[in-house]
Write a protein that binds this ligand. Structure first.
Ligand code: N01
Length: 530
């Protein structure tokens, strides 16, 4: 393999060993024949699925579309047993992919990137790691993950706590919670899975809930060999649906408005979806307007509220678990969540009504009193989307620092590039599509890798979007987000979960199909080349 530029250490440097990093390394190495190195902070590839090892961790995207689509043989050969994949199963899948494509050794593990800088004189990237080494390459691909910069709130007194405490995304090997008095802070997708999984294993579980969540059943079940064979036989059509649909979760779009139905018909549809399971299905595929039409959203919200009342035996607990906001966060789905609160060893503390004051030596003190605990688990989420791009210096042309550039809200072109950052490609970054991740990664990095090939084939050194192109993409994303009820909830989707973070649009909300059309329509026409 001859290098593109003999003066540089590599042709391309990839940051991250999750779905994005693995896909990028495979295509750059095996298709473009480039010399690639990838840096991964963890001790194994897997990204999200390496770090999030908490009990109950499982992908709530259905197994058949939670995988890469680019290799038809892999799709046929690699199989699954249930309609959802556990954390371990996703990790095994990703490990298998790195072995299949002979890219395992391209990943330098336990290596954290601490700085990236564009060398303007000679147009290449310098990438520095925690091992105090700096490497150079023409292309930089960032697969930093959209939900990986951990958000662990600074609660006064935490250092005085005598027991173990940890964040779900930094689950320690020696986590010792079984048979103990455990407190969980946070009731998002992670908290909901964790709470349901550990409740039977602990002496007592105290759940500290700030905002009640809407949860629908997941419908986790074994899939028969026949069912899986049928999926595999129809994969061409399935991926076609995925790539052209709104959510890319493998379900066809619906054009039925909830308000076109009588109340009875609507309830029947919700009931059917409740029995079927899956949050994305419930929110997006029964009707097309739950996330945008207040009346439709209220109808769905009220249906779930009724279910909470039916399931949870203690009326006071049921009331605390009942959300007060629209049904417009990233949907949660778990089969046992509400039932867990019927257990004698589980109690729910409403920390909106009675906020946490401090952590003491013995537990957590709220305005209401002290809760004695042996273990505290933070299921408090992430500085999503841009958190990983702002936590270490990323320096582009003219010494522009990405963190400063994004201080009033993050921008990008197609969710992939940013002006002043030539030849830097991002995956699942701000203003990328609000969809299932693996197909989105294939679209974004597919476009990026086509561009890299174009540069090489045409003997060009760099590509960069114009400022107008970046602004135009932002304006489109902003326009598409208007009317989304998601903007009314304080979640990570608009950056509202992190104190002090600018609340702004962070996704392209036009759907996977339209996103793919945008990539095709624009091609490389809004880039400047050098
Ligand atoms: O994080 P979250 P997550 N004091 O931000 C609370 C994906 N995911 O890790 O809502 C007290 O949703 C916070 O309260 P509030 C998925 O995309 C997927 O659960 O801000 N509480 C909230 O309850 C998901 O959306 C899967 O009032 C505090 C919780 O912590 C995304 O990851 C599984 C607090 C954080 O919820 C993030 O989910 C898991 C504080 N200072 C995750 N700060 C599947 O595929 C925060 N909270 C199934």
């Amino acid at each position: 393999m001859s290098k593109l530029d003999a003066n540089l250490d590599f042709d391309a440097i990839v940051i991250g060993g999750g779905f994005s990093g693995i896909y990028a390394v495979h295509r750059l190495k095996n298709e473009l024949n480039l010399d690639v190195i990838a840096f991964e902070k963890g001790g194994h590839v897997g990204g999200t699925w390496y770090w999030n090892r908490y009990p109950g961790a499982l992908s709530d995207t259905e197994s058949f579309v939670y995988r890469f689509s680019f290799d038809k043989e892999l799709l046929q050969e690699y199989t699954w047993t249930h309609n959802y994949l556990t954390q371990k199963e996703v990790l095994n899948y990703l490990t298998h992919v790195t072995e299949r494509y002979n890219i395992k050794d391209n990943f330098k593990l336990n290596t954290e990137v601490t700085k990236v800088k564009f060398n303007e004189d000679e147009s290449y990237w310098e990438v520095t790691t925690n091992h105090e080494k700096t490497y150079t390459a023409q292309f930089l691909i960032c697969g930093l993950g959209l939900l990986s910069a951990v958000h662990k709130p600074n609660i006064p007194g935490i250092d005085n706590f005598k027991g173990q405490y940890y964040h779900t995304a930094q689950w320690p090997e020696n986590a010792d919670y079984k048979g103990k008095k455990v407190g969980v802070i946070g009731t998002g997708s992670t908290g909901i899975q964790l709470i349901t999984a550990i409740a039977p294993e602990v002496e007592h579980l105290t759940v500290f809930q700030r905002t009640a969540q809407y949860n629908v059943p997941l419908g986790y079940r074994k899939q028969s060999e026949e069912e899986i064979a049928e999926i595999k036989a129809n994969y061409d059509q399935i991926w076609d649906t995925v790539r052209n649909s709104v959510t890319a979760f493998g379900y066809p779009d619906t054009n039925i408005s909830a308000m076109d139905h009588s109340e009875e018909e609507r309830e029947a549809k919700f009931e059917e979806a409740w029995k079927r399971g899956n949050g994305f299905y419930f929110l997006n595929h029964v009707f097309n307007d739950l996330a945008t039409n207040r009346e439709a959203n209220d109808a769905a919200a009220n249906f779930i509220k009724k279910k909470i009342k039916e399931i949870v035996k203690d009326p006071e607990t049921a009331e605390k678990l009942t959300p007060k906001e629209p049904y417009a966060r990233r949907p949660c789905a778990n089969d046992g969540y509400y039932y867990t609160f019927n257990r004698d060893n589980v109690s729910l503390v409403d920390i909106k009504a009675n906020p946490i004051v401090e952590v003491t030596e013995k537990g957590i003190r709220t305005t209401e009193g002290e809760h004695e605990l042996d273990v505290i688990i933070f299921a408090t989420g992430f500085d999503a989307m841009d958190g990983n791009y702002t936590k270490f210096p990323m320096i582009g042309r003219n010494n522009v620092v990405l963190k400063d550039k994004w201080k009033n809200g993050s921008r990008s072109y197609l969710g992939i590039m940013e002006s002043d950052f030539p030849n830097m490609f991002m995956s699942r970054a701000p203003l990328s599509s609000f969809t299932n991740n693996p197909p989105a990664i294939e679209s974004e990095l597919g476009w990026a890798i086509d561009l890299i090939k174009y540069l090489i084939d045409n003997n060009l050194r760099t590509a960069e979007p114009t400022k107008e192109a970046v602004d135009g993409w932002y304006d489109l994303c902003l326009k598409l987000s208007e009317g989304s009820l998601f903007g009314e909830t304080q979640s990570w989707i608009f950056g509202a979960n992190i104190p002090g973070k600018p609340v702004s649009v962070r996704f392209y909300m036009g759907g996977m199909g339209n996103y793919n059309k945008e990539l095709e329509k624009r091609g490389f026409s809004e880039l400047v080349f050098d």
